[in-house]
Design a protein around this ligand. Sequence first.
Ligand code: APR
Length: 235
Amino acid sequence: MRVRQNIVVFTGAGISAESGISTFRDKDGLWENYDAMRLASIDGFREDPEAVLEFYNERRWQLFDAKPNHAHYALSELEKQHDVTIITQNVDDLHERAGSSKVIHLHGELTKVTSSRDREDDRCIKYYPLNLPIYIGHKADDGSQLRPYIVWFGEELRYIEEARQLVESADIFVVIGTSLVVYPAAGLVGYARHDIPKFIVDPSDMEGKLPEGYLHIKAKAVEGIDILLEELKKL
Ligand code: APR
């Protein structure tokens, strides 16, 4: 495949699993051990902000120690041949640390903090060192309680419309490491044109989860990305 293609890659927690970051719904996933509605929803934050901040301080610390893996690097490397846009549900910055230049975070970013009065107030969205905890009493620039820049359950996604348009315009669409159960993000798989090559890399059965036309590479990301690159060469 010589011509530069517009490749859109949609990723989830699975791509960062081999970097030591827990997924959510696998057998030892976060939501197996923690109450998602208490710790990752806007109602939970209103009820017990201390518990929510502590939970995210732990996750920010875990990310501080994590490193991108071969799958992250391979996607950034692919930019040498193609226009690659990554739409991720992940709040980690491993795509960026691997060198990917176009990354859209649908569910927020752990490396940033914001206002608890208006989460999407750009004047309050700031980078914040991952090894610095956020505590009750820490203030955003608008004087409100500081919170992690994460989209919690019950909150709107700022970039979903932009993401849908990107998927609709893709020449090739790739899905890596997502269980496709959280909407509206999971609905993106339905926006890829039917006549383009579509792939999913995931070690689990994706039975009944995907519209027609997706080639399932049943492997973990680090192994599956090389199989995907071979498939792309055949196009
Ligand atoms: N490589 C590739 N895929 C993997 C790997 C791996 N090493 N390990 C697990 N997976 C797959 C699982 O089979 C599963 O399909 O990754 C997927 C992880 O699914 P979830 O844990 O549900 O994560 P995700 O789909 O990203 O969750 C979506 O839910 O909790 C919210 O906001 C949170 O963004 C998150 C959203």
